[in-house]
Ligand binder design. Sequence first.
Ligand code: ADP
Length: 615
Amino acid sequence: MARTYKFKAEINKLLNLMINSLYSHKDIFLRELISNASDAIDKLKFKSIQDKSLIEDDPEFKIKIIPDKKNKTLTISDNGIGMDIDDIVKSLGTIAHSDTEEFLKILQNKNEVNIDLIGQFGVGFYSVFMVAKKVEVISRKAGLPENKAVRWESAGDGKFKVEEISKKSRGTDVIIYLNEEDEKYLEEFEIANIVKKYSDFIEYPIVLVKEDGKEEILNSMKAIWLKDKTEIKEDEYKEFYRHITHDIVGEPLKVIHFKVEGITEFSALLFIPSKAPFNIFFKDYKIGPALYVKKVQIMENCDELLPPYLRFVKGVVQCDDLPLNISRETLQINRQIQVIRKNIINKVLTTLKEMKENEFEKYEKFYNEFRKVLKEGIHLDFENNQKIAELLLFESTKTKKGEFTDLENYIKNMKSDQKEIYYITGNSREEIENSPYLEIFKEKDIEVLFMTDEIDDFIFTGFSYKEKPFKNILKGDISIDKESSENKDKAEKEYKDLLTYIKNTLRKEVEDVKFSNRLKDSPCCLVVGEFAPDPQTEKILKSIGQEIPEFKKTLELNPSHKLIEKMNNLYKNKEFDKLNEYINLLYDQALILEGEKPKNPSEFVKKFSKLLAEI
Ligand code: ADP
């Protein structure tokens, strides 16, 4: 008996979006169905390693394309793993891809759905409704008897029907009832062209069943990653990239195709995409290339082969020395896998370095898309973090907006007695480049790197490049040179009592009050301890509701500022009311410099205006 189900709301939305935005790329539907058929065969091939009986009835894997001009149907038929009733209800209609909801949210915020975006998500089975007025899927799962097959049917109108039927052989037939305007997909040459263009490298024969019953294999079936580089055209790489990423028009920024020979032998075809996928920071983002052993796909994403900070890399790795029955658990302790992983990391990092040296414009594109991911490696990969550091680009007090320096250059430009690599964190260059914290560095002509990614302070706290520690100039003590330290010491003696008085007045607000050696024109600033979060991180943590301990800050005063002398006079003359007003105003100014509000804005304005009137 047939049962009718509704498509899950998200799937419905996606289906409609796809149909409305991809009409100029209709051919894609065939690529997607062939891809699903090939995946289904991959899965069965993998399973049959353990259980040969699953494929005994029909041992020759193939994908058939059967145009029927009389009935105006196009059928894509495979002898892969198939689906039972449960599978089909879940896979084709009721369970959405885990990222669908997030993806739809992103789409909602755009006025226009472009192909780039949909491509990032992957179009899949539902793209068939671009050309179909009705679709039937008839499937029998490998291992189940003839009468346990299932028939699924939908017009793409929000619902689908499912019933149990009989099917002679295992696998899946997708029968497409073509729209009138899409009947060109019944033409043999049209089908042959599309298959050649998009699916040539599919490893199973894609067979066109002609009107006269004759069969013709349309694809060359050679695994592209095993081919010699010189045999492969640029376009073939592109199509293969689109095949594995399900992208429609996207292109790889860089192709990394290599073979390693020796004790562990393997072939790898890896891609650096030109755009970051929308879900690269999501928890369930799938990391790692597909892993093949003797042309059997063992895993679609082998995360043992890539560290998370290189998760933008996509591709395929084949190693025939591995046992076919290798499992997720045994992968982790497999020595060969560890060797391959090391090789891949090296190869990717070297490729990036070469790009940086020889194709800088391309490298900038890469860097703008993936730097936040790459930087995670500074923190996580002790073995390679120096190499990763060499790949980083920074704007600084010495670069123009939009131009970069790197650490090699920074070190070259360091002053002879400079021991640390100075950086300042903030939301944007505009926000930080006029920061009072930079005054003294500018005066002494010391370069300071601008760090504007949220994770920067977290990544660079405690990190050293070529034994030079990174130092956030917003945090902790700074010792730039002898002269400024002497100034500071002198002031500490001269204004000792004033300092104690200020400390007492502000004891609830600040950890300490000190004279500073980092200020030139500004009267004061607030500084956090070396290992406390910088103001930017603090804001982010607060905004996501994270409870963070209250790190009290240190108020630093500029010993050379006229205000200090003035306050000292008030102190000596015992004009404490006025002095208190000054102190509170001073503290409020320091808050404003940090991008915070004064403690009590209306009070601040009142006092400030009063002071102005007195001038
Ligand atoms: P994706 O292939 O990206 O998972 P699709 O929407 O194309 O997304 O397919 C959804 C699911 O339906 C697949 O993951 C697979 O489980 C199942 N499926 C689709 N086509 C076939 C097929 N020809 N044989 C077996 N299962 C299939």
